[in-house]
Structure formats: C-alpha cells, structure tokens
Design a protein around this ligand. Structure first.
Ligand code: GLC
Length: 457
C-alpha cells in the first residue's frame, strides 16, 4: 500500500510537471508547431556561437563603439583595418565538430552594423575590404560540409545606419546635435528587412535565425516583427527563430495570436528549473554563454572557464531540457583564440566518450542529486557524478528497476551494492567505483563520470 502510494506520488510529480495545458486551440497549434520545428535542435543540445566582426580589431569586445561613444568616422579606422586574412571557416567547423557541437550561429551583422556578407544594400561590408570573400557564404558551406546545422545572428539594432536613431545604447546617445537629425524609421526597416531577406534567400537552407535584441518600445511591431517572420518563414519553412524580436525577455513568444519566435534565450545564466510558459508547459530554451567574459574578441579578457565548468554547464542545461550555445570570439586575423581552442578540445574529449548522455536527452525522472545531475533519454537514465564525494552514490529505489549499469566512458559494468554496514535500507542502490588513491579526485573522469542505468521497460 505504502509502495503504491509512493508510486502514485512520483508519477503525479513527473506527469504533472510535463502535463500540457492550453488556453485555446490556436495556442495549442502554435505550441505543437514550435515543438515539432525545434525537435532536431532540442536533440542537438550543443552549439557554437561565433561573434566575429570589425570589432575584433580594437580587440575590446563587440560593444567597443558604444562603450567609447565613438562616431562612425572615429570607428572607421578599425573597419578599414579589418582584414581577417587567416579566416578559414573549415577550421572553425572542424573545431566545432570536435567539441561535440551540432550547430552554429555566426554574427552576420552585429550592433555596429558591419556585415560579414555581400549585401547589395550597403558597402559597409566585408567584400569592400576583401573583394570576393563573402564570409557568411564560406561559413555556411564549411559548417554544412561537417554535417553541422547553420544559424545566423542578425542585430536589429544598428549603430551605423543613418536612419537608426540614437536610442538605447547607441554610441551617440548623449549627442544633442545628433538627436536633432531626422530619422526615417521606415527606411531603416526596409533596409533591415531587406538584409534579412538576402540572408534567407541567398545562402541555401538556414536552420536558425538569431535576432538581437529588443528594448523599451523597440520590440515586436516596432520591428514589424510579424511581417518579418512571415517573410522569413515563407523562404525558409523549417527555420527556427529565437525570441528576441519580442520584448519583456521574450516571454510572449507563445502568444496565442502569433508567436514571435520558437525558443527562449537566457544570457550568461543557467535557469534554476526547466523553463515553462504561463500555463505550465515546457518551452524550448538555450543558454548562451561566453568562454571568458566577452562575446567579441577581447585581448585583455583572460578569465577563461575551465572545460569542467563548460561540461557541467552543458549537463545543467540538458538536465532542465535546455541547450547550450557556447561562444568563441575570433581575433582580427580570423583565428579562434588559443585558450578557446584548448577548452573546446578538452570538452570534445569528454563529449566523445559521454555525448550519449547529452544528445537526445532531457529532463530525467529523478530530481537533482547531491553528487550531480541526471539526464535521460527514454529508458536510459544517466547519472552524472560531478562533485567529488566519498563512497558510492545511492540511487534509492532503483535496484529492481535497473537492468544494467555501465560506466559511459569505457562501457565497463559499474560495481553496485545495496547495503553498507549500518545501512541496509531495502531501497538502497549504490553505484561505486573504486577510488584511486593517487588521483586528486576519486572519480575515474575528473570532469564528470557518467553512469548509464538501463531501466527495465
Ligand atoms: C547581448 C549583447 C550582444 C551579444 C548578445 C549575445 O544582446 O548586446 O553583444 O551579442 O547579447 O546574446
């Protein structure tokens, strides 16, 4: 009776947390379409964000022009000097693949307005500096060739276009003379929509469009978001879109009338719990994260995250049903900084052995444990032993349900036991690995040792 009661409670907690609840039919259809569109992406889990542009020249991050309140004329010397002669998208693609990433997102245009593609609508672009080199085309070709899905970041904010007003963090935000200028907003929108149309029509299949970003009244219909999205989807029916055309952190993406995107984008943050809409339905999300503290190349930022922290962050996202988009900021020559390469290769080694606990995985039937986190794919439950601790890990109640436990890094069967001296609780199910006396950590994999529990169906 007691057991039955506990079973019901567990089932209630699990089932009710994933239960779907919709205010009306339109909402439900939007939700289902979004889930279907994002299915491959939710299975992919891990992607590369690439912030690359003329801001690599001053080497102080992509907000340099705004931070220094520079005029376009002052910034021009950096733009003129932007000549990434060692840019080789094939090398970037190989690295992303080696790190275990399944997709990428490249900044086609960032807030400074400079374009990495051969836009017909401006000369403020890479082909002015490097004739014949459309870096977006080289990127999509190279990443597709490695079997990775391709995404493009496009900044709807523009600190260069003459019809974009000095609002928000515009470099001339405090310039009283600039404020007196006339801005033809519709002309800017025409330019912005036109450039996005170029991106979704001239480069083959684009898998993701990553818009950045809305603020204050500059959100939604101010960008003519609905018309824009309709045009994008007409040209790229399967494309998935982030939520940043919507304001208020994008919580309105599932709006019953018309969804302004497909997934949520926590920035530099790992949410406490799976993200849900206001009716309690799970929603797709992706944390974007820098490897140091900067998106664009920053020569003075050496605050690098360890490979361990990156892997832990990825597992953290997956355990809550989210993705991780991990950033690199290539330098002015077009090279991904050495420390980033090193971290990504180390992450790749872990992914190579343990990727099965990431791809296609999501929220597990068990909550967070004191030794680490769980991820799950159907009847494969992955216990991530992330924090050093003495003794075995106890997955209470799982002795009966489990068919086999292996250590994911080498496939060997993991030693299990059900009692230790003084604790013979029937529900015990310990997994143990022999601590190694010489190791700094009593874990076979210092980053994160994964056990795979094959559950009986
Ligand atoms: C912010 C920043 C931007 C960066 C982005 C990444 O919106 O303005 O520089 O590209 O976050 O999420």
């Amino acid at each position: 009776m007691k057991k039955y009661f506990l079973l019901c409670i567990t089932c209630f907690v699990i089932c009710s947390s994933n239960a779907q609840n919709f205010p009306n039919k339109t909402y439900q259809t939007n939700y289902e379409n979004i889930m279907e569109r994002t299915e491959w992406w939710q299975q992919a889990r891990f992607g590369m964000f690439i912030h690359f542009g003329a801001y690599a020249v001053p080497a102080s991050g992509e907000w340099y022009k705004s931070n220094k309140k520079m005029t376009t004329e002052e910034y021009q010397k950096y733009v003129d000097a932007f000549n990434p002669y060692l840019y080789d998208a094939k090398e970037w693609a190989k690295l992303a693949k080696e790190a275990g990433m399944k997709y990428a997102v490249l900044t086609a245009k960032h807030h400074d307005g400079y374009c990495l593609f051969d836009s017909k609508l401006t000369d403020y672009k890479i082909t002015t500096n490097m004739p014949g080199r459309d870096l977006v085309r080289e990127y999509v070709d190279a990443f597709r060739a490695e079997g990775l899905k391709v995404g493009l970041y496009y900044s709807v904010i523009d600190w260069h276009h003459e019809d974009y007003p000095n609002v928000g963090n515009h470099p001339q935000r405090e310039d009283e003379e600039y404020k007196k200028l006339k801005f033809d907003w519709d002309n800017y929108l025409k330019y912005m929509h036109g450039q996005i149309e170029e991106l979704v029509t001239n480069y083959g299949k684009i898998d993701i469009m990553w818009f950045d970003y809305s603020f204050g009244e500059y959100k939604g219909e101010k960008w003519k978001a609905r018309e824009l999205i309709e045009m994008v989807r007409k040209n790229q029916p399967d494309i998935i879109l982030n939520n940043r055309l919507a304001g208020d952190g994008g919580s309105s993406i599932f709006d019953a009338e018309y969804p302004l995107g497909d997934f949520n984008t926590p920035e530099q943050q790992l949410p406490e719990a799976p993200l849900k809409d206001e009716y309690g339905n799970l929603i797709p999300w992706e944390t974007c994260l820098t490897l140091n503290n900067s998106w664009g190349y920053n020569a003075n930022d050496n605050d690098w995250k360890s490979a361990e922290l990156v892997v832990h962050s990825l597992v953290n996202c997956v355990s809550k049903g989210g993705n991780l988009l991990l950033n690199v900021g290539p330098n002015a020559k077009g090279l991904i900084p050495e420390p980033s390469v090193k971290i990504l290769k180390e992450v790749g080694k872990w992914m190579c052995k343990n990727g099965e606990s990431i791809y296609d995985c999501g929220i597990a039937e068990l909550p967070k444990a004191d030794f680490g986190l769980y991820t799950q794919n159907d009847n494969m439950l992955y216990a991530h032993w992330m924090y050093p601790k003495v003794g075995g890990i106890n997955i209470k109640g799982y002795a009966e349900k489990t068919e086999q436990v292996i250590m994911l890094f080498d496939g060997s069967v993991a030693p299990t036991f059900t009692s230790w001296w003084g604790n013979s609780d029937k529900n015990n199910f310990f997994i143990n690995v022999k601590p190694c006396a010489q190791c700094a950590y009593p874990l076979p994999d210092e980053i994160n040792t994964v056990f795979r529990l094959k559950l009986k169906k």
